[in-house]
Design a protein around this ligand. Structure first.
Ligand code: NAP
Length: 290
């Protein structure tokens, strides 16, 4: 097969491994200096199978990095009061530096109240309004895991954002909006698109750096991509055969793009990597503020 006309594949697994090795070394140094290790608590309510896999992976990754890790599994019928009581306990626990509540929560629970209740200094998902505000200003301790993971990838690949036309498709609080903000901080010229955007394909075609986070299997096709563009596919979907796939049609995009992330093995591994970085940072903050 002739590979020369194909995009460079950005290997998220490899970048995550390299970055995690560095975090593991920093955790070891932190332990030697302070006599304890960073601790992460992940709270999961209910039986969502995808959430259970994510939580298991987060626990495993934090333990592999040498951190202390607990998973608090709560039943589907947990009340708001019971969940808040569990969070109060974790807030007061000195061994826990980072708290993460796995989303989505069952419908009867108030998600915004939960996210507001996690103290900003233990908010390793960076979803608290105070942390969101810090991200907007560009003065932050924690960055939201997926967008920060994308920025780490771009840096690792020596892809300079400054002055580039960046198009982000999706405007969720978790991915799209903070992604746009981080690209802006890196001096990109950023356009954010969403379900009401008109002439979407035309806007996509202008992108030097395209980040797609919409949750629609194989939505972006090669004919929409600018030749040589960097295509970052955040989507995690199942195709018609139940196979994991992204928001971009990899086969056609790969023929046009200059570089592209695969799904799986692209952005996914970087998300947990940022969580580890944030947990270590939370422990460093705790030492600093003691
Ligand atoms: P979300 O909250 O559902 O937001 C989707 C966004 O896409 C919305 O802003 C929506 O626009 C926009 N959108 C939907 N259909 C569109 C269309 N046809 N054209 C243009 N815009 C469209 O999703 P999310 O949480 O951001 O996640 C997006 C994807 O990333 C999902 O596949 C998710 O599984 C994946 N994800 C992956 C990771 C990872 O670690 N790899 C992490 C998080 C999420 P409106 O605002 O107008 O509705």
């Amino acid at each position: 097969m002739v590979k020369s006309n194909m995009a460079h594949i950005i290997d998220g697994k490899k970048i995550a491994e390299t970055t995690r090795a560095d975090i593991t070394a920093r955790v070891e140094a932190f332990k030697n200096e302070n006599g304890f290790v960073p601790g992460l608590a992940v709270v999961i309510v209910g039986e969502n199978p995808a959430s259970k896999v994510y939580v298991r992976n987060k626990k495993l990754a934090s333990e592999q990095a040498g951190m202390y890790s607990v998973v608090c599994e709560m039943p589907e019928n947990t009340t708001q009061e019971e969940l808040m009581a569990k969070l109060s306990q974790l807030k007061a626990d000195e061994k826990i530096h980072g708290i993460l509540v796995q989303l989505p929560l069952p419908k009867h629970l108030n998600e915004s109240e939960v996210l507001r209740f996690i103290p900003p200094e233990k908010d390793v998902d960076a979803f608290h309004a105070e942390n969101t505000g810090h991200i907007m200003i560009g003065d932050y301790h924690f960055l939201p895991c997926t967008p920060a993971g994308v920025m780490t990838m771009l840096k690792y690949e020596n892809i300079d954002v400054a002055g580039k036309k960046c198009v982000v498709i999706g405007r969720s609080n978790i991915v799209g909006k903070p992604m746009a903000m981080l690209l802006l901080h890196a001096d990109g010229t950023v356009t954010v698109c969403h379900s009401k955007t008109q002439n979407l394909a035309e806007i996509i075609r202008q992108a030097d750096i395209l980040v797609v986070a919409i949750g629609r299997a194989k939505f972006v096709t090669g004919d929409m991509v600018k030749p040589g563009a960097v295509v970052i596919d955040v989507g995690m979907n199942r195709d018609e055969n139940g196979k994991l796939c992204g928001d971009c049609d990899f086969e056609s995009c790969e023929k046009v793009a200059g570089a592209i992330t695969p799904v799986p093995g692209g952005v996914g591994p970087m998300t947990i990597t940022t969580l580890l970085e944030n947990t270590l940072r939370a422990a460093e903050l705790a030492v600093k503020n003691a």
